[in-house]
Write a protein that binds this ligand. Structure first.
Ligand SMILES: Nc1ncnc2c1ncn2[C@@H]1O[C@H](COP(=O)(O)OP(=O)(O)OP(=O)(O)O)[C@@H](O)[C@H]1O
Length: 288
């Protein structure tokens, strides 16, 4: 596989506390990667390391084959980034923002930006601060895409958007993926939106990846086993989460260890949301 992003033992510490640690990932080019994790898991920290906004305390991060630590113009020219809450200069008009983008970027596709904003009926003469949250998100996305990035990094782009704005935003992202075969790394808490768009998953918890892989393979690697009420399974290998009702036990297990141990239990596939929630609820063996 061609690699878009590779981190090796990447870590970042604020004072004594590690925000990210032991982060080793290899993410394929051309994929749409969902980055999930609870509040404080280290998602923004990872995305800021990828975009050269933070310098690692330890380890390495390579973006499109180049060391992102340097934050070099060549490396950053290929990366489009929409930061959390998609900040824009509120007093600038949309056309001012486009002019600034053109002046600051080595590659800039003005017709593309104008076409995207035109399709969304966002007036170029309007001040950014007078646009709705959804329109501001679209302007930030149009600016990032006008760079014609090879890697598009989006930090919780769907937060605070209504369902229509979320759908429109993801449509724009997916249209760009279809047109340009870019790689997208997108953090979000809205799993339903991710499920429709993403083919890769990285789950961060306690500052360390707990799961990373193609979503299809990750789902195929887990099963939900249902059997009689018992506490005996609580420490079985491969167990991700056990839930109990009065008469039943549900075990979410990794398949390499699970089903053979339970030939009489009902075995079912697991959905993405169920799987992510199970990992998020599981106690973390902290590495710090
Ligand atoms: N500037 C900072 N100074 C000190 N600690 C920080 C700073 N920024 C983040 N942290 C800490 O680093 C950890 C990871 O934070 P980060 O913002 O990367 O998490 P996140 O997964 O993006 O969270 P959220 O989903 O809430 O946006 C948290 O414990 C946070 O408190």
């Amino acid at each position: 596989m061609n690699t878009a992003l590779e981190t090796k033992s990447l870590g970042l510490r604020y004072g004594k506390a590690w925000a990210l640690r032991d982060c080793t990932l290899r993410l394929p080019a051309g994929s749409v990667i969902a980055l999930v994790g609870p509040n404080g898991a280290g998602k923004t920290t990872l995305l800021q390391l990828v975009t050269g906004l933070l310098h690692p305390t330890e380890g390495t991060v390579e973006v499109l084959g180049q060391d992102a630590r340097a934050g070099s113009a060549e490396a950053l020219a290929k990366v489009g980034f929409v930061a959390q809450e998609h900040p824009l200069y509120q007093g600038f008009s949309v056309s001012d923002l486009l002019r600034m983008g053109r002046a600051l970027n080595l590659r800039w596709d003005q017709p593309l930006a104008e076409r995207r904003l035109g399709e969304l009926a966002i007036p170029l003469a309007k001040r950014a601060g007078s646009l709705s949250g959804g329109q501001q998100a679209q302007v930030a996305l149009a600016l990032a895409l006008a760079k014609r990035p090879a890697l598009l990094v989006l930090d919780e782009p769907l937060a605070n958007l209504d369902p229509i704005a979320r759908r429109d935003f993801m449509r724009t992202v997916m249209a760009a993926v279809a047109e340009d075969e870019i790689t997208v790394l997108l953090s979000s808490h809205v799993i339903a939106d991710l499920e429709a768009a993403c083919d890769w998953l990285v789950l961060l918890k306690g500052g360390t990846p707990q799961l990373a892989g193609a979503i299809e393979e990750v789902l195929a690697g887990h099963r939900m086993l249902t059997g009689p009420r018992t506490d005996a399974e609580a420490s079985m290998p491969g167990l991700v989460r056990a839930t109990y009702s009065d008469r039943h036990t549900d075990l979410l297990v990794r398949t390499e260890t699970g089903p053979d141990l339970h030939p009489t239990w009902r075995s079912q596939p697991v959905g993405l949301e169920e799987l992510i929630l199970a990992y998020l609820e599981r106690p973390t063996e902290l590495t710090r």
